[in-house]
Design a protein. Sequence first.
Length: 209
Amino acid sequence: MTKPGRIYISGPMTGHENHNFPAFHAAAEQFRKAGWEVANPAENFGGRTDLPREAYLRADMTMLARCDAIALLPGWERSAGATLETVLAKELGLQFFDAWSGTPMPHVPSTSYSAERGAASVLDTARKITEGARRDDYGHPADDFERAALMWTGILRSKLVPDQQVTATDIPLCMIAIKLARQSHRHKRDNLIDIAGYARTAAMVAGDE
């Protein structure tokens, strides 16, 4: 961490257990120990979570505008609020940091933010995920799904037709089915992003992308 000043913690809250507050507090503590003055939105309103969304948005934007830097928690690109904060931070010329490692980000992240939609589109977000960090973490989908297929074949051996096995092309289709089942229970934007992402990886396994 360099040049301690005032830093804002940004990341996803909606849909996370305990609103992801533990991650915000852990990042805030890390930066404070390094000498930063921290603006932690999880501390706003005494940690209340029952106020109108616009109340949090106004408070968060006011805090951010007074900062010298912004620290991004994992998953920020799938959060409408964090994406908006990132756009504002870019316009204000703030420094960008990785909230986990505390290190400066070498490149200001792109956001695919749309003022009309209020967030990166589902398809834009899915594309970014499937060609970004996840590719680095898991490798090409064909290789990742081939490994999973071997394991699924072993688990399902007693239920498979003789001489048949699960293949890499089956994995994304099954994962889409899981996401559809979850979405049918309750709407969650992440389900739609994952469905789009798995559809793209299915195309990648087939060699269409």
